[in-house]
Design a protein around this ligand. Structure first.
Ligand code: FEO
Ligand code: CA
Ligand code: CA
Ligand code: CA
Length: 823
């Protein structure tokens, strides 16, 4: 019985129950008071305590003040889920309220009603939260207590089945909202997207290929808000384009020359978006917010850190090597605790054209040119007269003084100064960096953080920040057989920096000075961080493969320096993520078709033939794995670590002895892990037993399922044991002993499957974990205007009768009962 049904106005008895009449209870109370007190249990005393202390009814108001109250807890007691408190009282009640009396503080919804709810916090299992229910009338009040004992966090959804359907599928009890699609306008004066290839002005529209993403809470006054669960800035990368859909009839060229308007559109579809998002009834972005911003390959940049001003960065646009134009192929991200966003330049090499003859011209300039040739080769920029993604360098601009297009051709021009100030031979050295953006200042100039090295930067995530300890930033170099890196700041963390107003100055403090390390894994489960410091070990002018001249030279040629140190060649390092509870670092190794039986090693132990049912077979490490490491002493400053492999991707039907080593089943089998992210420590998905999210970018299992998002509650390094794998490709066979975590089982579960031909990437939540943002990248990427292979997201609400060009988009997922997503 709840209080609303109780007699309230002194005239009409609406009480439908057979509870004792008030006067009967008062009589009992007075006559048996001592007996009751003496004989009650502790719990009963709590229930009756309020009555006994405050309910003595001597005001002669009609005798209907409340005399008993009860309180019960229901719902779930599992971390992150919704718990319910139900109070009841007998007698006259003017108001009720719930307050918390013990345990980690929670926010009570409906605290002034009989039924209050709250999200069970991520506290240690067994933690008790106590609550007091009070029913009040003019004559007094009665109270009752109840408590909730926190249960261990665990995934709380039914796995989504593998699927080839053209839709985003999520578990029962969850809802999907499409939030921000390719072409959506983010500035005034820009029309709705027609999605027929005729749209222009992408400097004020969403770009293509949504990728890494961070959410920053936004206060009413426009400053960072750590509790901003209904208003925020969403910052996301636009890695690349599906070129065919951007133009009415696909890309065009005349005699090999691209039209300027098409090239400009394609450039502006790259880069980064900053958008304001708000939650009222549902989430929506604010199309005309003053925070909205597009950063593109045309946006002015500033160089920061040791390489600023270096000779190797000098171009016709930037003769003093302190500035640059834009950022390209922005893949994964980094969310800095001082409220800035890191965007990372990944596959930038392909955008540049390097004509046949360039190497000879550079070599003719002397030792510097010879070294540049070595560097260009190591980073994969070979000579070709037809190179350069999308042919941007072929454009003849209407403004003949413009170098927006010619800068994509890095060929050394005959007669131009050898120092690079007369052409764009050095433009390519301006890319491959981590770039920091202040999303709260739309006028700020992004800074390229050169201390973090130059590579195919996938992402850059900071580990745990502990006052007085130098923070670490973990990074993958995504190409076959490349390395895992970490940067350790020279400056110990100061907590006050998290709320500093000059955010890029804080970035200067932590990101411009420090030590860059590369990982070397040993077969015994140990590992070393090798410092990339000029003058140490082989990083000197005596190094035969590449004579290093300075720390600037080491940083620009990070890969060559890591080669010299003997770092471990990995199966394509993609995202990194740090467990907020343990500090352990996880890194996806997406796949590696060039891993062979001969080169398989303990940290990259599989080389096999993947039996794809369509489209031939993939050899090597076709399905990828996720490696993790624990720093010695659990400190970000460590130079050694322990490692094992959290999980191996595989179809659940593959050889359990040598391929499906993690015992994946149909509820959790996956291939090509890429995006990786832990829940935030500000909610239950990032405390005690944090949730790790895994996103796939796959081509090996797409005969069975579209790409997906999985949730897991992982254990810790060395919770499994060793395993010996026998590898076989054709006649080659061999065995490798590796280190593998415990079988994930039900603690790894498929949460989402995306539409056709997409990659699932980019992931972040609101601080409360109740809104999960995810990016759907390049749905229908294998089609074009006359062969539309996906109509997503137009078909998310239901099948469309006429095919609609697909659009990369950000979605937001919420749980229908308001709980933390995933738990
Ligand atoms: Fe942009 Fe390595 O994924
Ligand atoms: Ca990626
Ligand atoms: Ca990938
Ligand atoms: Ca991609």
């Amino acid at each position: 019985m709840t209080f609303e049904t109780i007699y309230t106005d002194g005239d009409i008895d609406t009480n439908p129950t057979s509870n004792p009449h008030l006067n009967d209870l008062i009589d009992v109370r007075y006559s048996r008071r001592q007996t009751l007190m003496g004989g009650m249990s502790a719990t009963a005393a709590a229930v009756f305590g309020g009555m006994l202390l405050t309910g003595c009814d001597d005001d002669n108001d009609g005798g209907s003040d409340p005399v008993t109250a009860t309180a019960t807890a229901g719902g779930s007691s599992s971390a992150g889920r919704v718990a319910t408190l139900t109070g009841a009282a007998i007698g006259q009640v003017d108001s009720v309220n719930w307050t918390q009396t013990a345990g980690p503080t929670v926010t009570l919804a409906g605290a002034n009603t009989s039924t209050a709810t709250f999200i069970v916090p991520g506290a240690a299992a067994g933690t008790v939260l106590s609550f007091l229910f009070t029913a009040v009338s003019a004559g007094g009040s009665v109270t009752a207590t109840t408590s909730v004992t926190v249960g261990a966090a665990s995934l709380g959804f039914t796995a989504v089945a593998k699927s080839l359907a053209d839709v985003v599928a999520v578990p029962t009890g969850y809802a999907v909202t499409v939030l921000y699609r390719l072409g959506d306008p983010i500035g005034s004066g820009v029309g709705a997207y027609t999605n027929d290839g005729t749209d222009t002005t992408f400097s004020k529209r969403a770009g293509d290929h949504h990728d890494g993403m961070s959410y920053f809470g936004l206060s009413a006054s426009g400053t960072p808000d750590a509790n901003g669960n209904a208003r925020g800035l969403l910052v996301l990368n636009h890695e690349n384009i599906t070129q065919a859909y951007l133009h009415p009839n696909g890309a065009t060229s005349t005699g090999g020359v691209r039209p300027e308007a098409e090239a400009l559109k394609e450039m502006e579809c790259h880069g980064v978006s900053v958008i304001e998002v708000n939650r009222s009834a549902s989430w929506a972005y604010a199309p005309t917010s003053s925070f909205n911003r597009r950063i593109t390959p045309l946006t002015p940049m500033s160089f920061s850190g040791p390489v600023r001003g270096a000779d190797s960065l000098k171009t016709r646009y930037s003769p003093d090597a302190t500035t640059g134009r834009g950022t390209i192929n922005n893949c994964a991200n980094g969310t800095m605790p001082w409220n800035t966003y890191l965007t990372n330049e990944e596959n930038w090499v392909g955008y540049f054209k390097r004509e046949v003859g360039d190497a000879a011209r550079r070599a003719a300039t002397g030792a510097v040119g010879v070294k540049a040739n070595t560097s260009l080769t190591r980073y994969g920029k070979t000579e070709s007269n037809t190179g350069g993604n999308y042919g941007w360098s072929t454009v003849t601009p209407a403004d003949t003084t413009s170098t927006l297009y010619s800068r994509w051709n890095i060929t050394a021009q005959t007669g131009a100064p050898a120092d690079g100030t007369g052409d764009f031979r050095n433009e390519i050295f301006q890319y491959g960096w981590v770039v920091e953006i202040d999303p709260f200042d739309a006028a700020s100039t992004p800074r390229k953080r050169t201390a973090l090295g130059r590579m195919n930067h996938e992402g850059c995530q900071i580990g745990r920040t502990i006052a007085g300890v130098k923070p670490a930033f973990y990074m993958g170099d995504d190409a076959q057989n490349e390395y895992i890196y970490k940067f350790v700041s020279a400056t110990p963390w100061a907590t006050a920096d998290a709320t500093a107003a000059n955010r890029l100055a804080i970035g200067d403090k932590y990101l411009d000075t420090g030590t860059l390390y590369v990982a070397k894994f040993a077969a015994d489960g140990s590992g070393q961080w090798l410092p990339l410091v000029f003058g140490q070990g082989p990083l000197t002018s005596a190094n035969a493969a590449y004579p290093f001249a300075s720390q600037v030279d080491v940083l620009i040629n990070t890969r060559l320096a890591a080669d010299a140190l003997g770092a471990t060649r990995m199966d394509r390092p993609e995202w990194t993520a740090v467990n907020p509870a343990t500090g352990e670092m996880y890194c996806t190794l997406t796949n590696n078709s060039s891993r062979t039986v001969a080169t398989a090693d303990a940290p990259n132990p599989r080389a096999y033939v993947d039996p794809k049912t369509t489209g031939g077979q993939t050899t090597g490490n076709a399905n990828g794995h996720i490696i993790r490491l624990r720093e010695t002493g659990d400190t970000s400053e460590a130079t050694t670590f322990a490692w094992d492999i959290y999980a191996f991707g595989a179809g659940s039907d593959l050889d359990a002895a040598n391929i499906n080593l993690s015992g994946l089943d149909p509820t959790n089998d996956f291939s090509s892990p890429d995006g990786l992210w832990f829940g935030l420590p500000s909610n239950a998905s990032g405390t005690i037993a944090p949730v790790m999210w895994i996103e796939t970018d796959d081509g090996a299992y797409t005969d069975v399922t579209n790409c997906m998002l999985l949730a897991s509650v992982p254990g810790s390094v060395n919770d499994g044991g060793t395993r010996t794998v026998t590898n076989t490709i054709g006649a080659a066979t061999g065995s490798v002993t590796t280190r593998i975590g415990k079988t994930p089982g039900a603690a790894l579960r498929r949460f989402l499957v995306g539409p056709k031909e997409c990659e699932i990437t980019g992931i972040h939540t609101t601080p409360d974990g109740r809104s999960l943002f995810v990016n759907i990248q390049h749905p229908g990427e294998n089609g074009g205007p006359t062969n539309i292979t996906s109509s997503w997201p137009a078909n998310q609400a239901g099948t469309v009768t006429t095919p609609s060009r697909p659009r990369s988009a950000t979605i937001v997922i919420t749980k229908n009962d308001g709980g933390v997503v995933g738990l």
